[in-house]
Design a protein around this ligand. Structure first.
Ligand SMILES: Cc1ccc2cc(C(N)=O)cc(O)c2n1
Length: 327
């Protein structure tokens, strides 16, 4: 049989590549059954050669139950909450304030849907996922690293090159609607036979509840997804000058980013995007409760600063409340 170390390295590469193509490019390379077969082969090889199992191996995503509650994590850079706009007038005020404060006639904005999930922060050192935490109150969150490792959309090691020595990525963990419905249908059916998983009230609670499980093996059974929407601490490297260019780099490094993100210009561009996303909303594979507008250039963001914990350079424009997803 070929050298086990070489076979293990090849299987890790194939499985990580399959994850990237499935979760980031939305272009699966191999069918699920093939993915599972490769993962089983890797599991058996690592069991036979324990010294050869790398901590970044796809088999290391599901750990055992930890001790007790979650440790606290202090966010070196606070995780922002967003100010809200509910009307066209408030959006125009937002753009006008930017023009008045930093003299931008028709600024460019990075825009994307606002997913209804749970905000988290992921820390990478030397390109490896070392810690993940919930937003908490923005300054301090809970260490849910073991649970986040079970989410295949979150890379255990960065791809490509040029990433900083320390990189924190902020994003939203969410439960896709189809997966939510399939999970509940199965949980309901199993309940009928006196066993099975808990039925979830709605996708947002499903995501929050799944991440707060003390046992990562329970989290691993939940259909969770993730998409990156920003960065936190960055050391030993630099990011591009705009948010949109940073999102493109995050995608190259292995993070899913919103397929609906765009760059638009001025209040008209924002309102047109809001209109289009409002029309597309019911066809999206996840719940959204609005769209997010961000001044795209970081220089402008620095000049605009923050009001208490919310940035002056970004707002969420919310849709009218929608009846909750049915069970
Ligand atoms: C700065 C910031 C804070 C919270 C966010 C939340 C979402 C979201 N829920 O999708 C998207 C973003 O771009 C965000 N951006």
């Amino acid at each position: 049989s070929p050298d086990p170390a070489a076979r293990i390295a090849e299987l890790c590469r194939q499985l990580n590549d399959a994850n990237y193509r499935y979760h980031v490019l939305d272009d699966p390379a191999i069918p699920d059954a093939e993915y599972d077969r490769l993962l089983r082969e890797l599991d058996e090889l690592e069991a036979a050669h324990p010294g050869l199992a790398s901590p970044d191996s796809p088999t290391q995503r599901v750990g055992a139950a930890p001790s007790g509650a979650f440790d606290e994590v202090r966010h070196a850079i606070p995780m922002l909450s967003l100010g809200n706009a509910f009307s066209e007038e408030e959006v125009r005020d937002f753009v006008r304030r930017i023009d008045e404060r930093i003299g931008r006639e028709s600024p460019r904005f990075s825009v994307e849907p606002k997913l209804d999930g749970l905000a988290i922060s992921l820390r990478y050192e030397g390109g490896r996922f070392v810690q993940g935490a919930t937003r908490g109150d923005g300054a301090t969150g809970e260490d849910v690293t073991a649970n986040l490792r079970t989410i295949k959309a979150i890379p255990l090691a960065l791809r490509g090159e040029g990433w900083p020595g320390v990189l924190e990525v902020r994003g939203e963990v969410y439960m896709p609607l189809d997966a939510f419905k399939a999970y509940n249908a199965r949980a309901l059916a199993d309940a009928g036979k006196g066993g099975g998983d808990k039925v979830l009230a709605n996708p947002r609670n499903g995501a929050a509840g799944s991440l707060r499980q003390l046992d990562p093996r329970v989290t691993a059974r939940r259909p969770l997804a993730f998409y990156a929407y920003g960065t936190g601490a960055v050391e030993g490297g630099t990011l591009p000058d705009t948010h949109s260019a940073t999102l493109a780099r995050l995608r190259d490094w292995g993070f899913p980013v919103s397929a609906q993100s765009e760059v638009v210009e001025g209040a008209e561009g924002l309102l047109d995007y809001y209109q289009r996303m409002g029309e597309a909303r019911d066809g999206l594979p996840f719940d959204i409760d609005g769209v997010v507008y961000k001044l795209d250039d970081y220089e402008g963001q620095r000049e605009m600063g923050f009001v208490s914990r919310a940035p002056r350079w970004a707002i969420a424009h919310k849709f009218p409340a929608q009846e909750q997803s049915t069970l």
